[in-house]
Ligand binder design. Structure first.
Ligand code: FEO
Ligand code: CA
Ligand code: CA
Ligand code: CA
Length: 733
């Protein structure tokens, strides 16, 4: 499609100065020394490691941290801020659109009609809506087996977080007297959520670097109607019993799949974020609940009287045994839990493992990784003989950052086992959950959330925990009990493959330092006012990115050092209290959300990529993607913002961070991956034109966006971008 404009911006042409990566600073040198001494410990017990090919899965046979490269340079002209309805990338890059909303995933499903006339059932074989987190899994050239290093044939696993409801239907949602009267519309909405697996094959030219294969046997949808197994410590718990699964071992579907993760044995992790708001509860349901249940339901946002998203529960099915709609009603209705869906909310809020290479496999919800509003699950470097570690954020105002440390240590013999979900059982069903506390002195502690430890028992004043399953089900309450640090909305994490440091976006927090909201603290140090037209925005308006280095560079450590890599701000904001990182027109941003390090651990690919999902600076620019040279914890220093002491990274000069892409109107940028060779970058455009009210459907010229068609008529579509450098070099460098 021909809807892109290359940036003509030359006013901010960079001067090619080398980055601020100081690999010989004392702190980093001590890391390297520590690494070398550990290597000696590792030798001997891990002979099997050499048999496994170190590839794009990121597996390391030796240390968790390597020396940082001596220097590398961002090598593109920054893209200007823009309010245009196009995708803008730097000169020298080409963008194509891949697998947009509604595209058929097999050859028997009709093409997307573009007018909302597609059936609900057909969306079980179409790309879903609101493309989000994603991961590319390489296939062998003949398509017969996994090949993690193949950039020319692979499977793209991709989340479909939500829907832009008006554009899914011919005339928007049909609602009569508060009731959804067209069941097929609701089926379409349920099927447009979830996950897609679609095969990609290398295309003939840089204008078509990759294309989807509609005939692939791997193409698959997993939706909010797909049967899923509950796995791990909560499987079979009485609190999972529903009419759908009287023994509490299964549930139906996954929903609000936001960001993602991956494993070294070739599976995809999809994470359930704002799932709670799909559930209805009657206005009197508390009377039929225990005090503990009411506490838990309230803490997870499913308060008595909640209506449930999109009115799905209002459908009256033609067949009374059809529970696809009533299963979203968590009201106590029967005499036992096996007769209703009071416990259905307990079957959501998990990390879900999918085997993309086996289209017949049933996904598994990994309950050991706890239940909250999961943004994603980001692995630490995989090291033979060490536990697997996943970093996870709970995205709501004032929520927490967690990590999961597996009990099993990584055995490379498991990585070629074709029963990939059985391998997942071994590593992801048993481990220790921690929550982060960021202390005022720049250190931090991982506090274990274990039944019977730190007061997590029946006598707890916040919630009477009865078992480890209960702690995992109610991880937010457990974290409250142990004094975890309330963060400014944890979104994506990312692990620097080169030095093991962990980054998290804290997208914004309108409650920080406002009214009864949490006061500023060292790790969430800003609260200020910002003007957007006539509106005064308050709190941490533009967000920040925090990072930490685990003690001894061991991802399973229980302490860490942190600093703030950078603060979002508009370039002309006060440098002392708001624009603390010194952003300029080439890199000012607001509401960082997606984060990604190049998937390859080779030194040329160590850039940090930052996406925005913003509403605060959208009077000036659409959402964007930036590239940054990461540096390392401690490369800035101590500073004070309005009396609050904190620790910051080096300033964001143009050589350290610059804008790579600006998206079309009304979208957010989210989801990032590349082919294993780093030559094709995948980026998702989510919900272009989402601010278009249903009442305007009859007036196409008035749609907020027509992207990607850009013909002034078409409905906008979420889609994946495939971006290549015109010389097929590594993106960004
Ligand atoms: Fe789905 Fe927190 O973004
Ligand atoms: Ca402003
Ligand atoms: Ca997000
Ligand atoms: Ca978002």
């Amino acid at each position: 499609m021909n809807d892109f404009s290359n940036s003509q911006l030359t006013a901010h042409r960079h001067d090619d100065d080398v980055c601020t990566n100081e690999s010989n600073n004392p702190t980093l040198q001590s890391m390297v020394d520590a690494r070398l001494s550990r290597r000696e410990v590792l030798v001997g017990g891990l002979g099997a490691a050499a048999a496994f090919t170190v590839g794009s899965s990121g597996l390391l046979a030796s240390p968790e941290a390597q020396a940082l490269p001596s220097g590398f340079t961002l090598n593109f002209n920054p893209v200007a801020k823009s309010l245009e309805d196009v995708v803008t990338v730097p000169e020298g890059y080409t963008v194509t659109v891949l697998s947009p909303l509604g595209e058929a995933l097999n050859t028997s499903t009709p093409a997307w009609a573009g007018d909302g006339s597609e059936t609900g059932d057909s969306y079980a074989f179409r790309a879903g809506d609101h493309h989000d987190g994603m991961y590319y899994f390489g296939l062998s050239s003949d398509g017969s087996r996994p090949d993690p290093s193949n950039s020319r044939r692979g499977l793209l696993c991709r989340n479909h977080e939500n829907i832009t409801q008006p554009f899914l239907h011919a005339n928007g949602a049909t609602v009569v007297g508060g009731v959804r009267t067209v069941a097929d519309e609701v089926v379409k909405e349920m099927n447009a959520h979830g996950v897609s697996v679609v095969e990609l094959v290398a295309g003939p030219s840089r204008a078509v670097p990759v294309a989807t294969n509609p005939s692939s046997r791997f193409n698959r949808r997993i939706t909010s109607l797909t049967d899923i197994e509950m796995s791990g410590p909560v499987r079979g718990d009485a609190q999972l019993v529903t009419r759908y699964s009287p023994d509490g071992t299964r549930t139906r579907g996954t929903i609000n799949n936001c960001a993602n993760g991956f494993t070294p044995w070739g599976t995809y992790l999809t994470c359930e974020e704002n799932w709670a708001f799909y559930f209805r509860r009657s206005g009197t349901d508390n009377a039929n609940r225990s005090p503990a249940e009411v506490t838990a339901l309230n803490r997870y946002g499913i308060t008595q009287g909640s209506a449930g998203n999109y009115g799905w529960t209002t459908v009256v099915p033609s067949d009374a045994s059809d529970t696809r709609f009533s299963r979203w009603d968590a009201t106590v209705a029967g005499s036992t839990a096996a007769e209703d869906f009071r416990n259905a909310p307990n079957t959501f809020g998990w990390v879900v493992e999918i085997d993309p290479y086996n289209p017949q496999s049933t996904p598994r919800k990994r309950t050991a990784m706890a239940r909250f509003f999961h943004e994603g699950a980001w692995p630490a470097n995989f090291v033979v003989g060490r536990p697997l570690v996943y970093y996870m954020g709970c995205d709501s105002r004032g929520e927490y950052i967690y990590k999961f440390v597996s009990k099993a240590v990584l055995d490379p013999r498991d990585l070629n086992n074709a029963d990939r979900l059985a391998v997942g059982d071994k590593y992801l069903d048993n481990g220790t959950l921690y929550v982060a506390r960021f202390d005022a002195d720049g250190s931090g502690t991982w506090v274990p959330l274990q039944f019977g430890v730190n007061g997590l028992d029946a006598n707890n004043a916040i919630y009477p925990f009865s078992s480890q399953a209960d702690v995992l089900l109610h991880a937010r309450l457990a974290a409250d009990s142990v004094g975890a640090t309330k963060m400014d909305r944890p979104e994506w994490g990312a692990v620097n493959r080169l030095n093991g440091e962990v980054y998290f976006t804290l997208t914004n927090n309108s409650a920080r330092g406002v009214g009864t909201g949490p006061a500023v603290d060292a790790a969430n140090p800003r609260s200020y006012a910002d003007q957007k037209g006539a509106t005064t925005q308050r709190g941490n308006v533009n967000g920040h990115i925090i990072r930490f280095r685990e003690a001894g560079n061991r991802s399973a450590a229980t302490t860490f050092k942190w600093d703030i890599f950078g603060f979002g701000a508009q370039a002309d904001a006060d440098p002392a209290t708001v624009n603390v990182s010194g952003l300029t027109d080439v890199n000012d941003l607001s509401s960082p959300d997606g984060l990604w390090f190049g998937r390859d651990s080779n030194a040329s690919n160590g850039l940090l990529w930052i996406q925005t999902d913003d509403g605060a600076y959208t009077d000036v620019t659409n959402c964007m993607l930036l590239a940054a040279v990461p540096g390392s914890v401690g490369d800035g220093g101590v500073t004070t913002i309005n009396g609050q002491t904190t620790y910051v990274g080096a300033k964001a000069s143009a050589s350290r961070m610059r804008r790579f892409l600006v998206g079309p109107k009304g979208c957010e940028l989210t989801g990032l991956d590349s082919t294993p060779d780093g030559r094709v970058l995948f980026v998702n455009i989510q919900h272009p034109g989402e601010n278009t009210p249903a009442a305007l459907l009859g007036n196409p010229a008035a749609y907020e966006s027509h992207w990607p068609a850009n013909d002034g008529v078409s409905r906008p579509r979420s889609a994946t971008l495939a971006i290549v450098k015109n010389d097929f070099g590594v993106i960004g460098l």
